[in-house]
Design a protein around this ligand. Structure first.
Ligand code: 5RP
Length: 223
């Protein structure tokens, strides 16, 4: 199976998982990236089964709207039963690195609101120790150099993601060469640096369920 077919398989598995639990008042949290796009396309076949969505990026909102799926502002909705999103890396405890698509802050906000965060990923994303994928950090532009120096003190090699502004108008530093053995500790340390908006470690609030696409089929993992 190709990586694209694995992404489509986990997207379909997520739809199959949530569909029986949705009703015409349900709002679904929707993530960002190529795997989330597969989920959006699969969800679009069931438009009548739920009320609408909250999106974690302008790109996902545009794709949802193109399918005719309502997209609400997070502040206007109450409960979110599910948030479905991809990841750049996951460990067995469902601690994640996210933000390859620069949407990490809104992703983290929607994940915080949702009762159940379902991560969908192909098998290449499962690692024993997080950190091979450079850790994205969203930073207020004027704090870029300060934050970069503090990240070096934490043992990383930050690189400015050229030409990228987040949906919130901020920049991204990608931090290379971190061996993230204590994700919750590092998440807290990086968030404490003045000028950091958020970082792409999802450890304090990990995923609740991982649907992992493998050539043998979709595996379901829980922390
Ligand atoms: C975007 C993200 C994505 O979930 C992550 O980059 C995975 O993307 P893809 O499904 O394209 O591999 O965090 O900010």
């Amino acid at each position: 199976m190709t990586q694209d077919q694995l992404k489509q398989a986990v997207a379909q598995a997520a739809v199959d998982f949530i569909l029986p639990k949705l009703d015409d008042k349900s709002i679904v949290g929707v993530g960002t990236g190529s795997t989330a796009n597969c989920f959006i396309d699969a969800l679009a076949l069931h438009k009548g089964a739920f009320d609408g969505t909250v999106a974690s990026s302008e790109a996902s909102a545009a794709r949802l709207k193109a399918h005719g799926i309502p997209v609400y502002e997070l502040n206007t909705v109450g409960d979110l039963e599910f948030y479905v999103d991809g990841a750049d890396e996951t460990d067995e405890k469902l601690h994640l690195i996210k933000g390859g698509g620069a949407a990490l802050t809104r992703e983290k906000i929607v994940a915080a609101v949702a009762k159940t965060f379902i991560c969908i990923a192909d098998a290449s994303k499962l690692v024993s120790v997080l950190g091979t994928f450079p850790l994205p950090v969203e930073v207020i532009p004027m704090a870029r150099s300060h934050v970069a120096r503090q990240l070096v003190k934490l043992g990383g090699d930050p690189v400015y993601r050229e030409g990228v502004l987040t949906d919130n108008g901020n920049i991204i530093l990608d931090v290379y060469n971190l061996q993230i053995t204590e994700p919750t500790v590092l998440e807290t340390q990086i968030n404490a640096i003045v000028g950091v908006v958020t970082n792409g470690l999802f450890a304090s609030r990990p995923a609740d369920l991982l649907l992992l696409g493998t050539p043998e089929g979709v595996r379901t993992l829980k922390p």
